[in-house]
Design a protein around this ligand. Structure first.
Ligand code: NAD
Length: 285
């Protein structure tokens, strides 16, 4: 039997309607959620992602400014971020990754105040997530949790295997699944994991964020599983994921497509966090 599709386009559309409603309410109270996106260098994929974020934000009635530098020193970048951080009309600040090699992303994330760190990558916000009291859940894990919610996929006590331990996807995903109320049992795999095939087959839910095209084939999955593919790669004239969709969909129960799975949910997650930042600024004056 072919797997049911977990449709990120449908779920994100519904989520965006909720966000749009919140934006209108905020505007009635004199606040327009405003996102600032820092972009450094010329990475064609990053430029597309940033354009999508801006277009989506504006469509929901939010403001979004992209601050693009051909090149910039880490010191100057930090200075520019700090200037925006002081602007009370700016609610969310993100720095598009990857950054050029001479700039340390951790150091940059540290200079965004936690209330404006809508990507949730600053040490403070990651620490809050570790403690089980997140202020912002990073956008990709947040979007994936919404997919589970929408399709009524209960996480309690489920064995979730995550392939990938990055700070932007794998680790915050694991921490989000351990939150009270989610209560999953989590295994995190990475490039040094032995016997990956055996471990992924033991999962009830498999989340793949390895950045390796079609890493997960039919040999890594089994019947009844839910498979979430975070990976995204350009291949000639189309996009493919970390999961070999064609063979895996014949075995598992649920699967996200690429494109149209996790991608649109990540954008919605970022906009939801920006809206929350604006809401909090209104509450706290
Ligand atoms: P990353 O390169 O920072 O991390 C990849 C992780 O996968 C590492 O922890 C590594 O140890 C692990 N890994 C690599 N090869 C492996 C293997 N053969 N077996 C087991 N583990 C392996 O990547 P990332 O930033 O976490 O992103 C992962 C993928 O998700 C990329 O394709 C990226 O483009 C995509 N991505 C998509 C979205 C979205 O919205 N759809 C958002 C973020 C990232």
């Amino acid at each position: 039997m072919t797997a049911k599709i977990l449709d990120g386009k449908v779920v994100s559309k519904e989520w965006k309607k909720e966000i749009e409603k919140k934006v209108s309410e905020l505007k009635e109270n004199g606040v327009t959620p405003f996102l600032n996106v820092f972009l450094v260098g010329h990475n064609p994929a990053s430029e597309i992602y940033v354009r999508n974020k801006k277009r989506s934000a504006e469509k929901l009635g939010m403001k979004c400014e992209v601050i693009h530098y051909e090149n910039i020193s880490p010191e100057k970048l930090k200075e520019e971020i700090k200037k925006k951080a002081c602007d009370k009309n700016v609610h969310g600040i993100i720095v598009q990754l990857p950054l050029p090699e001479h700039i340390d992303p951790e150091e940059i994330a540290s200079c965004i105040p936690f209330k404006k760190d809508v990507d949730g990558f600053s040490p403070y916000n990651l620490g809050k997530l570790v403690r089980g009291e997140p202020y912002f859940i990073p956008a990709t894990p947040y979007g994936i949790l919404k997919i589970f919610d929408h399709y009524g996929i209960d996480l309690r006590g489920k064995h979730v295997v995550i392939v990938g331990r990055s700070t932007i996807v794998g680790k915050p995903m694991a921490l989000s699944l351990l939150l009270k109320g989610k209560d999953a049992t989590v295994t995190v795999c990475h490039s040094k994991t032995k016997d990956l095939e055996k471990i992924t087959k033991e999962a009830e839910i498999l989340i793949v964020a390895a950045g390796k095209k079609r890493l997960i084939t039919e040999n890594y999955v089994c019947k009844g599983q839910v498979v979430i593919d975070v990976g995204i790669h350009r291949e000639e004239d189309r996009w493919v994921g970390d999961v070999d969709f064609e063979s895996v969909k014949e075995i598992v129960e649920y699967i996200t497509p690429v494109p149209g799975g996790v991608g649109p949910m990540t954008v919605a997650g970022l906009l939801a966090n920006t809206c929350k930042a604006a809401e909090m600024s209104l509450k706290n004056g």
